[in-house]
Design a protein around this ligand. Structure first.
Ligand code: SF4
Ligand code: SF4
Length: 393
């Protein structure tokens, strides 16, 4: 049991941080400069975020909550915790980075940025989890997968970015494992080009302890996609959309469900003929798994639901907005916790008797397709553009 207090807005200690290994009662001894001071001080320790946190639901102890993690960050920052403290390493990895805590926080705490700053410090040198090191070197993963016959043929590019067009981003995971998603996106947004020479957006790096890598890749992508000239990056990955928005500005990126919903609502004549999707002669029942970053960081929730309703009966699944356990590297770093979250998702989709489960992020697609296979379920997991493309056929 620790003696680290969680301070209430009044400044008084309210509860301990159970399971902690270090002595934390001493006065601050340093300012390490790991975190942005204003962001770190914003938390008022009200605890409103606790019920929103999926890891707190799995392990209802303070250290596994957003408030508990911010307490740990503060102790790291001011020298009350040694950077080698095992609880720091444990909790930096146990957080999903889903940012659900931000949506309910009355103080506007930017938890996602704090987590990036924490991992940037925590996951260095010998403290870098091997899986994280491999993911940061993601540019080397694709050739390995290609040799293993896992990579599918990526969508063809169309040359340099053409001024004024939306520029479809292929994405590392998607171009490697789900090229049909990009093909479907091209069919639905015929005005988009697919610029050559586009690389990773850097989300993977930023979420895995390499802030500099996250910034560098995002800005390189922005240059390829003519963002400085006012053009917009069109992405099919909610996680990439949030990272690009953070690095290059919200106007530089549009996620495909918000693009289609916006375009078709503003001018219905732009919407192609879509036939209703039928299963056994009745309208298909379709559920959705939100992308955490699309929902929690960018606030896009209505667009994918509205698009599904154009072609099928939409079924709101319980906790569609909470994390599926994919969370970037989480399914590799924390497989047991990731599977617990995944099993809930699969069983809820099965209980709702949906015919399709739709996603708006390739990491979720990979995770949920794996979960369906493990559960011997035949519910297909489709990206929203794959579902809509079926209605074009
Ligand atoms: S992160 Fe926000 S909601 Fe959570 S304890 Fe701090 S101020 Fe309250
Ligand atoms: S990012 Fe998600 S898992 Fe991490 S503290 Fe916030 S709500 Fe919990």
């Amino acid at each position: 049991m620790t003696d680290l207090p969680v301070h209430a807005a009044s400044g008084g200690p309210t509860s301990p941080l159970p399971g902690h290994t270090a002595t934390l009662s001493g006065p601050p001894t340093a300012t390490r400069g790991i975190f942005d001071a204003d962001l770190l001080s914003a938390c008022i320790s009200c605890g409103f975020c606790l019920p929103a946190c999926p890891t707190y639901a799995l392990s209802p102890v303070e250290k596994s909550s957003p408030r508990g993690r911010i307490t740990l960050m503060r102790a790291l920052e001011d020298g009350r915790l040694d950077p080698d403290d095992p609880t720091l390493q444990e909790q930096a990895g146990e957080c999903l980075g889903c940012r659900a805590c931000e949506t309910v926080c009355p103080a506007g705490v930017q938890y996602g940025v704090l987590l990036e700053q924490w991992r940037d410090h925590q996951w260095r040198g010998r403290h870098t989890p091997p899986i994280v090191a491999a993911l940061r070197a993601g540019m080397h993963v694709r050739p390995a997968l290609r040799l293993g016959g896992i990579v599918r043929r990526a969508t063809a590019t169309t040359g340099p970015a053409q001024p004024g067009k939306p520029h479809l981003m292929l994405g590392c995971v998607e171009s490697t494992l789900f090229p049909k998603v990009s093909e479907a996106a091209k069919r639905l947004v015929s005005e988009a080009d697919v610029p050559a020479g586009q690389g990773c957006c850097g989300a993977l790096h930023a979420h895995n302890g390499s802030t500099a890598g996250g910034e560098r890749f995002a800005h390189a992508l922005g240059a390829t996609m003519r963002v400085d000239a006012g053009d917009v990056i069109l992405t099919t990955a909610g996680g990439c959309a949030a990272h690009i928005a953070q690095e290059l500005g919200r106007d530089s990126v549009v996620e495909i469900s918000e693009y289609l919903h916006r375009a078709w609502t503003a001018d219905p004549s732009r919407m192609p003929p879509l036939r209703p999707l039928l299963v056994d002669g009745r309208p298909a029942r379709v559920g959705l798994q939100d992308s955490c970053h699309l929902r929690n960081a960018l606030g896009v929730t209505e667009a994918p639901r509205a698009l599904i309703k154009l072609v099928a009966d939409y079924v709101e699944l319980p906790s569609a907005g909470s994390c599926c356990g994919a969370a970037g590297s989480y399914s590799l770093l924390q497989p047991a916790r990731s599977k617990r979250l995944l099993r809930q998702k699969v069983s809820r989709a099965q209980a709702a008797d949906v015919d399709y489960l739709v996603v708006v992020n390739p990491g979720c697609q990979m995770q949920l397709a794996t979960g369906m296979r493990s559960a011997r379920s035949d519910i297909p997991v489709l990206h929203i553009v794959e579902l809509l493309a079926k209605a074009l056929d």
